[in-house]
Design a protein around this ligand. Structure first.
Ligand SMILES: [Fe+2]
Ligand SMILES: [Fe+2]
Length: 189
Protein backbone atom coordinates (compact mmCIF):
# COMPACT_ATOMS: atom_id res chain seq x y z
CA UNK A 1 0.00 0.00 0.00
CA UNK A 2 1.33 3.47 -0.83
CA UNK A 3 1.61 6.09 1.89
CA UNK A 4 -1.21 8.07 0.27
CA UNK A 5 -3.49 5.03 0.19
CA UNK A 6 -2.68 4.33 3.82
CA UNK A 7 -3.44 7.93 4.70
CA UNK A 8 -6.88 7.72 3.13
CA UNK A 9 -7.60 4.48 4.92
CA UNK A 10 -6.42 5.78 8.31
CA UNK A 11 -8.79 8.76 7.92
CA UNK A 12 -11.73 6.33 7.84
CA UNK A 13 -10.75 4.97 11.29
CA UNK A 14 -10.58 8.34 13.04
CA UNK A 15 -12.57 11.44 13.81
CA UNK A 16 -11.37 14.70 12.30
CA UNK A 17 -9.61 15.96 15.39
CA UNK A 18 -7.66 12.75 15.92
CA UNK A 19 -6.73 12.52 12.25
CA UNK A 20 -5.40 16.09 12.33
CA UNK A 21 -3.25 15.10 15.32
CA UNK A 22 -1.98 12.08 13.42
CA UNK A 23 -0.93 14.24 10.46
CA UNK A 24 0.96 16.56 12.81
CA UNK A 25 2.71 13.55 14.36
CA UNK A 26 3.70 12.38 10.87
CA UNK A 27 5.18 15.81 10.21
CA UNK A 28 7.07 15.89 13.49
CA UNK A 29 8.23 12.28 13.15
CA UNK A 30 9.63 13.06 9.70
CA UNK A 31 11.63 16.00 11.06
CA UNK A 32 12.89 14.09 14.09
CA UNK A 33 13.80 11.07 11.97
CA UNK A 34 15.83 13.27 9.64
CA UNK A 35 17.48 15.00 12.55
CA UNK A 36 18.44 11.76 14.31
CA UNK A 37 19.33 9.59 11.33
CA UNK A 38 16.32 7.27 11.57
CA UNK A 39 14.51 5.88 8.51
CA UNK A 40 12.07 8.62 7.48
CA UNK A 41 9.86 6.14 5.67
CA UNK A 42 9.46 3.88 8.70
CA UNK A 43 8.94 6.86 11.00
CA UNK A 44 6.20 8.28 8.77
CA UNK A 45 4.44 4.91 8.54
CA UNK A 46 4.57 4.31 12.29
CA UNK A 47 3.39 7.88 12.96
CA UNK A 48 0.51 7.55 10.52
CA UNK A 49 -0.68 4.36 12.20
CA UNK A 50 0.20 5.06 15.84
CA UNK A 51 -3.32 6.14 16.88
CA UNK A 52 -5.30 4.10 14.35
CA UNK A 53 -7.18 2.34 17.19
CA UNK A 54 -7.73 5.50 19.22
CA UNK A 55 -11.42 5.91 18.38
CA UNK A 56 -12.37 2.27 18.93
CA UNK A 57 -14.84 1.52 21.73
CA UNK A 58 -13.27 0.30 24.92
CA UNK A 59 -14.87 -3.12 24.69
CA UNK A 60 -13.55 -3.72 21.19
CA UNK A 61 -10.08 -2.72 22.34
CA UNK A 62 -10.34 -5.16 25.23
CA UNK A 63 -11.48 -7.96 22.93
CA UNK A 64 -8.68 -7.35 20.44
CA UNK A 65 -6.05 -7.50 23.20
CA UNK A 66 -7.58 -10.62 24.72
CA UNK A 67 -7.67 -12.31 21.33
CA UNK A 68 -4.06 -11.43 20.62
CA UNK A 69 -2.99 -13.09 23.88
CA UNK A 70 -0.30 -10.46 24.23
CA UNK A 71 0.10 -7.45 26.54
CA UNK A 72 -2.81 -8.67 28.67
CA UNK A 73 -1.44 -6.82 31.68
CA UNK A 74 -2.33 -3.52 30.03
CA UNK A 75 -6.01 -4.35 30.58
CA UNK A 76 -5.56 -3.83 34.30
CA UNK A 77 -4.37 -0.27 33.58
CA UNK A 78 -6.24 2.77 32.27
CA UNK A 79 -7.95 2.15 28.93
CA UNK A 80 -6.17 5.20 27.51
CA UNK A 81 -3.17 2.88 27.08
CA UNK A 82 -4.98 0.12 25.20
CA UNK A 83 -5.12 1.72 21.75
CA UNK A 84 -1.36 1.41 21.29
CA UNK A 85 -1.45 -2.38 21.56
CA UNK A 86 -4.47 -2.65 19.29
CA UNK A 87 -2.95 -0.14 16.87
CA UNK A 88 -0.07 -2.54 16.26
CA UNK A 89 -2.55 -5.36 15.59
CA UNK A 90 -4.54 -3.26 13.11
CA UNK A 91 -1.38 -2.04 11.39
CA UNK A 92 -0.38 -5.63 10.80
CA UNK A 93 -3.75 -7.19 9.99
CA UNK A 94 -5.50 -4.37 8.15
CA UNK A 95 -2.61 -2.36 6.68
CA UNK A 96 -0.22 -5.21 5.95
CA UNK A 97 2.68 -3.80 7.98
CA UNK A 98 5.09 -6.65 8.57
CA UNK A 99 8.14 -4.89 9.90
CA UNK A 100 8.23 -5.62 13.61
CA UNK A 101 10.19 -2.41 14.28
CA UNK A 102 7.29 -0.34 12.96
CA UNK A 103 4.74 -2.39 14.90
CA UNK A 104 6.79 -1.94 18.08
CA UNK A 105 6.96 1.82 17.58
CA UNK A 106 3.16 1.81 17.52
CA UNK A 107 2.86 -0.70 20.39
CA UNK A 108 5.04 1.31 22.80
CA UNK A 109 4.09 4.86 21.83
CA UNK A 110 1.99 5.52 24.94
CA UNK A 111 4.21 3.93 27.57
CA UNK A 112 7.75 3.75 26.29
CA UNK A 113 9.76 0.76 27.52
CA UNK A 114 13.31 -0.23 28.39
CA UNK A 115 15.63 -0.79 25.43
CA UNK A 116 13.69 1.41 23.03
CA UNK A 117 14.94 1.59 19.45
CA UNK A 118 15.64 4.94 17.82
CA UNK A 119 12.46 4.58 15.79
CA UNK A 120 10.42 3.96 18.95
CA UNK A 121 11.91 7.05 20.59
CA UNK A 122 11.20 9.19 17.52
CA UNK A 123 7.53 8.18 17.57
CA UNK A 124 7.19 8.62 21.33
CA UNK A 125 8.71 12.10 21.10
CA UNK A 126 6.83 13.13 17.96
CA UNK A 127 3.53 12.22 19.63
CA UNK A 128 4.46 14.24 22.70
CA UNK A 129 5.72 17.41 21.01
CA UNK A 130 3.73 17.67 17.74
CA UNK A 131 2.82 21.28 16.94
CA UNK A 132 -0.75 21.00 18.26
CA UNK A 133 0.31 20.14 21.82
CA UNK A 134 0.08 23.00 24.27
CA UNK A 135 0.97 21.79 27.76
CA UNK A 136 3.20 24.16 29.79
CA UNK A 137 6.63 22.67 29.04
CA UNK A 138 6.00 21.57 25.45
CA UNK A 139 8.26 24.14 23.80
CA UNK A 140 11.12 23.16 26.02
CA UNK A 141 10.56 19.47 25.26
CA UNK A 142 10.29 20.17 21.53
CA UNK A 143 13.63 21.96 21.66
CA UNK A 144 15.16 19.07 23.58
CA UNK A 145 13.85 16.57 21.00
CA UNK A 146 15.90 18.34 18.33
CA UNK A 147 18.91 19.58 20.29
CA UNK A 148 19.76 16.54 22.37
CA UNK A 149 20.75 13.07 21.24
CA UNK A 150 17.70 10.79 21.19
CA UNK A 151 18.52 8.98 24.44
CA UNK A 152 18.77 12.25 26.36
CA UNK A 153 15.57 13.59 24.84
CA UNK A 154 13.81 10.35 25.73
CA UNK A 155 15.14 10.48 29.30
CA UNK A 156 13.69 13.95 29.74
CA UNK A 157 10.41 13.01 28.04
CA UNK A 158 9.79 9.89 30.12
CA UNK A 159 10.61 11.79 33.30
CA UNK A 160 8.08 14.40 32.25
CA UNK A 161 5.43 11.73 31.58
CA UNK A 162 6.01 9.92 34.88
CA UNK A 163 5.85 13.19 36.78
CA UNK A 164 2.65 14.15 34.98
CA UNK A 165 0.98 10.80 35.69
CA UNK A 166 2.06 10.82 39.33
CA UNK A 167 0.71 14.37 39.71
CA UNK A 168 -2.67 13.03 38.55
CA UNK A 169 -2.40 10.10 41.01
CA UNK A 170 -2.90 7.51 38.26
CA UNK A 171 -1.23 4.11 38.08
CA UNK A 172 1.89 3.96 35.92
CA UNK A 173 2.43 1.05 33.54
CA UNK A 174 5.57 -0.99 34.37
CA UNK A 175 7.10 -0.40 30.91
CA UNK A 176 7.16 3.34 31.64
CA UNK A 177 8.97 2.78 34.93
CA UNK A 178 11.42 0.43 33.28
CA UNK A 179 12.07 3.06 30.64
CA UNK A 180 12.56 5.75 33.28
CA UNK A 181 14.80 3.57 35.45
CA UNK A 182 16.95 2.56 32.52
CA UNK A 183 17.62 6.18 31.61
CA UNK A 184 18.29 7.29 35.18
CA UNK A 185 20.58 4.32 35.86
CA UNK A 186 22.54 5.13 32.69
CA UNK A 187 23.16 8.56 34.15
CA UNK A 188 24.42 6.83 37.29
CA UNK A 189 21.47 7.99 39.42
FE1 LIG B 1 -1.81 7.38 21.18
FE1 LIG C 1 -1.03 10.23 19.33
Amino acid sequence: MTFEAMQKKVATYLDEKRYAHVLRVVEMAEKLAERHGVSVERAKTAALLHDVAKNMPKEELRQAIEQSGRDLEVLTFHHELWHAKVGAIIARDEFGIEEECILDAIRYHTTGRAQMTSLEMVIYLADLVEEGRNFPTVEQLRQVAFDEVLENAMAIAIRHSIQFLASKSVAIYPDSFECYNEHMLKKGK
